[in-house]
Write a protein that binds this ligand. Structure first.
Ligand SMILES: CC(C)(COP(=O)(O)OP(=O)(O)OC[C@H]1O[C@@H](n2cnc3c(N)ncnc32)[C@H](O)[C@@H]1OP(=O)(O)O)[C@@H](O)C(=O)NCCC(=O)NCCS
Length: 188
């Protein structure tokens, strides 16, 4: 499908494009993005360029992954990325370090989840994170995901293995509900 634009209270969510190369490159130098996601390490300007010019466009066109950039307004600098990985039925996200701790990802992910359940015939959305990723787990808990336990992630890491991680899921009929903090043992 063609990329769509979503709006939340504070943000515009729109596909990253060529103008976002520098922002993606800068954000992906961050140690936590490199530690907790599968971006290439070291991360080069060419990696950023191929992500925004090829990967994003091809993923939308092929309906394999819908990648949204997070911005304060249309064509404003990209702050981070949140995506709906349709082939794995999972969400993925990262945020530039300067923008963290202000509820940005919680709000952006809620917007994408609302859209997923209203526009895609999906009943269950997965969240997973490498063990120890408390920031990601907090976002997942606040956006309604249910703690499922620990186990092998669906994603393949840089060594080609499925890493041990934290797993959560959100059913269509759970959208808008929030499982209590204490039901997430890693957050207690
Ligand atoms: C995970 C990430 C997207 C969170 O973005 P964010 O906009 O800061 O998220 P929010 O502000 O909506 O919520 C995060 C909450 O977790 C908390 N948090 C973040 N890191 C934490 C940590 N290491 N330990 C404990 N709490 C943490 C924040 O303080 C915040 O809580 P608060 O509002 O009570 O202060 C961001 O930290 C990031 O990009 N990390 C690196 C990439 C990554 O891990 N991606 C996810 C892969 S599964």
């Amino acid at each position: 499908m063609q990329p769509v634009v979503l709006r939340t209270e504070r943000f515009v969510l729109s596909a990253p494009g060529p103008a976002d190369v520098d922002a993606v490159y800068a954000a992906c130098q961050d140690p936590d993005v490199q530690r907790y996601t599968t971006v290439p390490v070291p991360y080069s300007v060419d990696d950023a360029a191929s992500f925004v010019t090829e990967y994003v466009a091809q993923s939308w066109a092929g309906d394999t992954e819908y990648v949204f950039g997070i911005r304060t307004e249309f064509e404003a600098p990209l702050m981070g990325v949140v995506s709906w990985q349709r082939t794995r039925q999972a969400v993925g996200f990262w945020l530039g370090a300067a923008h963290r701790g202000d509820g940005v990802m919680t709000e952006a992910l809620r917007g994408v989840l609302d859209w997923i359940f209203s526009h895609d015939e999906v009943e269950l959305v997965h969240w997973e994170a490498y063990e120890g990723n408390l920031g990601s787990a907090t976002v997942a808990q606040r956006t309604g995901f249910r703690w499922k336990g620990e186990g092998l992630c669906l994603v393949v890491d840089r060594t080609g293995a499925h890493p041990w991680g934290w797993l959560g899921e959100l059913r269509r009929d759970e959208l808008g509900t929030v499982q209590p903090h204490h039901e997430w043992p890693v957050l207690a």
